[in-house]
Design a protein around this ligand. Structure first.
Ligand code: DC
Length: 231
């Protein structure tokens, strides 16, 4: 956060798939009047853009080449990542986009490309940024860091309900999908999913999203002055 004048805090919210980061981050950002940035959507959009161009998503070399040529932007109003002029919002929420994102997110050139973009977006401050590595790699000096967690079975149950509501039938094996995603996120060599030493750990397993958001807001209120947040 060097150079540019920071208008307000950077709040990092990390945690595994299906823990409710998006709902909670949106609630917190909305209540505090901060910008909300979902970095998972960027990995999803990039994976789809690269796949559409015929890039081999398992090839670090091809992905590096793709990132070198790619133009990336962010539509703050919609919260959409724009790659080479295209908005991928209508496709990013699918199970397959999540799977592809999880594959490309293990690749170093992709992480370097997106982390640098995320820093540019977050540097002015007044932002809640959610992901896997915000507190450890993107903004290690974030003003506040939270790590949300919940047991696998709780996350699977939540995800299962989400999927069932959308497609009116739960066809896939949600638990094994999440387990696979966890493994890839935790074991990858490049900025793996990990709680930052100075992050506040919250087990959301037995809580509703509102309760979690209230805890996050209370912790922010304890640590940061109101002026820091609303300036
Ligand atoms: O949060 P999500 O499910 O939309 O993220 C999709 C994938 O992107 C996830 O499997 C891991 C990856 N990801 C990442 O590696 N780093 C981030 N900051 C955010 C997401």
């Amino acid at each position: 956060m060097k150079g540019k004048k920071k208008r307000g805090p950077v709040i990092a919210i990390d945690g595994p798939s299906g823990v409710g980061k998006t709902t909670i981050s949106r609630l917190v950002a909305g209540r505090l009047g901060l910008r909300y940035i979902n970095t998972g959507s960027m990995y999803r959009a990039l994976a789809l853009a690269a796949k559409d161009e015929g890039v081999d998503l398992t090839s670090e070399k091809e992905l590096e080449e793709f990132c070198r040529r790619a133009r990336i932007g962010f539509d703050a109003e919609k919260g959409s990542t724009i790659i080479n002029g295209k908005d991928y919002s209508d496709r990013i929420r699918s199970q397959s986009a999540g799977e592809l994102a999880s594959i490309v997110s293990t690749k170093k050139p992709v992480r370097e490309f997106l982390v640098s973009f995320q820093r540019t977006l977050g540097e002015p401050g007044s932002v809640v940024m959610e992901g896997r590595d915000i507190g450890t790699a993107v903004f290690p000096d974030a003003d506040m860091k939270f790590f949300l967690d919940a047991p696998l079975w709780v996350r699977a149950k939540r995800r299962h309900l989400e999927v069932a509501q959308k497609v009116k039938a739960a066809s896939e094996d949600v638990t094994s999908e999440l387990e696979k995603r966890d493994k890839r996120d935790i074991e990858r060599a490049n900025s793996p999913l990990k709680k930052a030493d100075d992050a506040i750990y919250i087990d959301t397993g037995e809580m509703q999203a509102e309760e979690v958001a209230n805890i996050v807001l209370a912790k922010i209120g304890e640590r940061l002055k109101v002026g820091d947040i609303r300036s």
